[in-house]
Design a protein around this ligand. Sequence first.
Ligand code: HEC
Length: 273
Amino acid sequence: MSTLHRCLALLTLCCALPLHAADLRIDMGPNTHVWTTAQLLRRADAKSVTIPDDVAFHHTMRYRAVPLRALLPELAQGDRLKFVANDGFSVDIAADALLKPSGAQAWLAVEDPQHPWPSLPGNKGDAGPFYVVWINPAAAHIGGEQWPYQLARIERVDDVAMRFPATAPAASVPADSPVRHGYAVFQRTCFACHTLNGEGDARMGPDLNIPHSPTEYLSTAMLRAFIRNPQSLRRWPEGRMIGFPTQQSLSDADLDAVIAYLKYMAQHKVEKS
Ligand code: HEC
């Protein structure tokens, strides 16, 4: 093939590349790594994984995926990772969930532009270009919010209480208090979509303390029912809050704790000007 032909062939290939090919940015503090779709699909550890009861699609899905742990060589116990999606959804996942040999394994599903995934149910668009899926999530109590899709970047971040001090209970609250336990549950299950006292990365749902805490305008029974099934309170087709219907997604003890935390925070409002 002549050089000209080769150039032309290359050009045609570039033009034929679908729009979906994307970059995943992994920012681990001093080191940042950017992976392209093609590089990820080409990795030796990329495999076909089958996910029964996929959280985003609500049925069994098969993906080309890379073990997430392998993309995070610098990850250490106690680290927190922030997963930021293109639509503004952001969730913190504790490194321990990724490092523990608990049986739950996180995989980064990579959408191959040659074999695009189906659209998400409910007009939510495309789950690609990257989507964190779990094998055996129940083993580590991985809830639905820890399956970020439309993923754009992963960052190592400081502890939530350090980044967002107005969300944290006072230092005087004992370590074994339900309020402190509820704060941990809140970070895991609510903070992906809600701010509190105006702090947090999420922009999807309303602030859960300002101007009013839901504990001020809903009975505890209604709030409990709402968290299990948001459409039990107000019903409309475009509601975007996911519920936590089962003990597996949120135990009764965790539900009580998160309400104890919200009640405590209602007494500790921080109004930002
Ligand atoms: C996937 C994102 C998401 C998660 C996770 C989430 N919420 Fe929401 N929440 C929303 C959105 C969006 C709304 C606004 C209503 C709607 O669109 O469903 C909302 C509304 C609410 C409301 C307002 C109810 C009302 O009508 O006054 C409360 C209270 C609430 N959420 C509490 C929680 C709590 C507590 C958690 C954690 C246990 C949580 N949410 C987890 C997205 C979320």
